[in-house]
Structure formats: structure tokens, C-alpha cells
Design a protein around this ligand. Structure first.
Ligand SMILES: [Mg+2]
Ligand SMILES: [Zn+2]
Length: 328
């Protein structure tokens, strides 16, 4: 049995101009081939796309094939094989059985390519894609590219993960759960590491929709020690700090994403509003914080009590999840 990634096309792989069919309009989102190349060893790729533009008379099936062959060919040049593209040509009013979120094409692909659905993913920028995944028993990832932001409020079923791009989705797919520890586990691990002479660095945050500012914070934190332990605010803790609409991704998904990063050695979810109790358990050599918190941040007395120091990190190019989520 193989695993598959069922990819939506327009708004997921390529920029969606609305009923995209002209070959000159074919433009991939950044890092699409990089993302698929990261996943190809473990997954087969199948495109499932609603093309009601055909049923509406905006373009022909031939136009569709011309565009799609170009897209599949461009990916092939980058070393990526699309096993098959399934498309629904019907008008939504036709009530056909193949338009997403109907599972007909997923079932067909399952038979044709021997796919195990429960370990496969459906990825797309429309609530239909999430519903398709749910209906078919796959994992689901919702993208904020394409129409994703516009339709965010219409999501009936919660996706397993919401990502800012296909590339960010690979982090969730490539999670390394063995790095996720409880406070009790990390206390023991930290003690052993210190006995071995390892220097422990810590940082913490909500890491809701990952952005380059987060990556910078994590990289700079890792430079301060041999081992980086990231404290992750639990869902309860995020709500307490940022209000009822956050987090977008639950604590399991956020921990999973952090665990996929090579620079992160361990992730611990903490429930309090601050990581003070967690830091008391880890007793880090260096605790890293955004420069806006200053050397007298609330964590400072706990860190210093065990001989550690505070390291401040600049806010990288003003990235923030709150800004990233504007418009949803
Ligand atoms: Mg789409
Ligand atoms: Zn159809």
C-alpha cells in the first residue's frame, strides 16, 4: 500500500486567477516543487480539481488539458511525478458525483494506485478540499494561499492543519513526534544532558502559523546552546494571551510542526500563561526571548536562580502571525 497526497490544483499549486485555463497564466506558487520534492519519497501525488469553468462554458475540455499537461510537464522537469489528474467538468447545479467534496475520484485513485487513505493527505485552499478529506478518511491540510483566506470562515470541518503555503504544509507532514515531551520527561532529559556537559537553550511561543520570524528566532536560539528545547503555549494558554479566535492550529499540530525542524531538539507544551514553571524544570543555560521583553522579562529571575542567562533576539523584519492572518 502507498500513501498519497491528493492535491487541489488552482490556488494550491498555481496562482488562481479565477477559472484559470490559459497556458500563459500558469504560474506556480514559490517553493511548490521544493515542497513536493521533500515529500516524493513517501507519497504518490494525485491532482483532484473541480473545473466547473468547463460546465459553465468559459473554456473547453481541450483548453483544460492543454493547461494541465503544461503544469504536469513543468513539475516533471523538476523531478516530480503526478500519477494522474482527476477533474470534474460539471456545473455545480448538475449535482454530479465527482465534484469535490464527493469522494469518487479519491476512491478511484485508491483502487488504481493501491493507496491507503488513512495515512494520506488532502491539501487545498477551499473548504471543499477539507470536506473531501474528511469524507474520504484522509488527513486534511487547509492552505491560506489562493482562496484560502477568503473562505476561511466557511470551514465547517476543522482541518488537521492550516498552513500559509504548500511548503509550510510539508513541516506538518514531516513531523517527528518523538521530539514532543511532557514537562516531567523534559526535566529528566535536561538533567541528563547537563550531566553530559551539554549546554541547553530554551525559547517559547505560540508558533501558530509559522513565518520567517519564527524560524529566525529558533535559529538564533539554537546558536546559544547545544540543545534547543522549545516551550509551546497550550491552546488554553494561547487563548488566555491572544483571545478566543486563536490559535488557528491546535497544540498538537503546532507541536508537530516544530518537531519537524532540524534545529529543534525537543518541544514541550505548557498550560500556564508564562513558561516560568517549565523553565524551573529545565533550568536552561540560556533562555532566549524577543528583544521587546528586555533583560528583566518575567522569566529572568527563574533562569538566573539556576545560573542561566537571558539572551535577547531582534524582531526579524516585523513578521507576525497576527499580521499574516489579516483578512481572515
Ligand atoms: Mg483551489
Ligand atoms: Zn463532476
Amino acid at each position: 500500500m502507498s500513501k498519497a497526497i491528493f492535491l487541489d490544483r488552482d490556488g494550491t499549486l498555481n496562482i488562481d486567477k479565477g477559472y484559470t485555463y490559459k497556458t500563459q497564466d500558469l504560474k506556480f506558487f514559490p517553493d511548490v516543487s521544493k515542497a513536493l520534492n521533500l515529500l516524493k519519497k513517501d507519497f504518490k501525488f494525485v491532482i483532484i480539481t473541480n473545473q466547473s469553468g468547463i460546465g459553465r462554458g468559459y473554456y473547453t475540455e481541450e483548453d483544460f488539458h492543454k493547461f494541465n499537461n503544461r503544469l504536469v510537464g513543468e513539475l516533471e522537469k523538476k523531478g516530480i511525478k503526478i500519477e494522474k489528474t482527476y477533474f470534474c467538468p460539471h456545473h455545480p447545479d448538475d449535482n454530479c458525483g465527482c465534484r469535490k467534496p464527493n469522494t469518487k475520484f479519491v476512491e478511484q485513485a485508491k483502487k488504481e494506485f493501491g493507496i491507503e487513505l488513512k495515512n494520506s493527505f488532502v491539501i487545498g485552499d477551499h473548504p471543499n478540499d477539507v470536506e473531501l478529506g474528511r469524507n474520504a478518511g484522509c488527513k486534511t491540510i487547509y492552505l491560506l494561499t489562493g482562496h484560502g483566506k477568503k473562505h476561511f470562515k466557511e470551514l465547517k470541518a476543522k482541518p488537521d492543519f492550516t498552513a500559509s503555503s504548500l511548503f509550510e504544509a510539508t513541516r506538518f507532514i514531516n513531523q517527528k513526534r518523538e521530539k514532543i515531551k511532557t514537562k516531567e520527561e523534559i526535566e529528566k532529559i535536561a538533567k541528563e544532558l547537563k550531566q553530559k556537559g551539554k549546554k541547553i537553550a530554551t525559547c517559547n511561543g505560540c508558533f501558530d502559523i509559522l513565518h520567517p520570524g519564527h524560524i529566525y528566532l529558533l535559529e538564533e536560539s539554537k546558536k546559544q546552546g547545544d540543545i534547543l528545547i522549545v516551550g509551546l503555549n497550550s491552546d488554553k494558554s494561547v487563548k488566555g494571551n491572544k483571545g478566543p479566535k486563536r490559535p488557528i492550529n491546535n497544540e498538537n499540530a503546532r507541536a508537530a510542526v516544530l518537531s519537524s525542524l532540524d534545529i529543534v531538539d525537543y518541544v514541550v507544551i505548557f498550560d500556564e500563561k508564562t513558561p516560568i514553571k517549565l523553565l524551573g524544570a529545565i533550568k536552561p543555560d540560556v533562555h532566549c526571548n524577543g528583544e521587546e521583553y528586555g533583560y528583566d522579562c518575567i522569566e529572568a529571575p527563574t533562569v538566573r536562580k539556576y545560573g542561566g542567562r537571558i539572551h535577547l533576539i531582534k524582531n526579524y523584519k516585523g513578521f507576525s502571525t497576527t499580521k499574516l492572518l489579516e483578512g481572515i
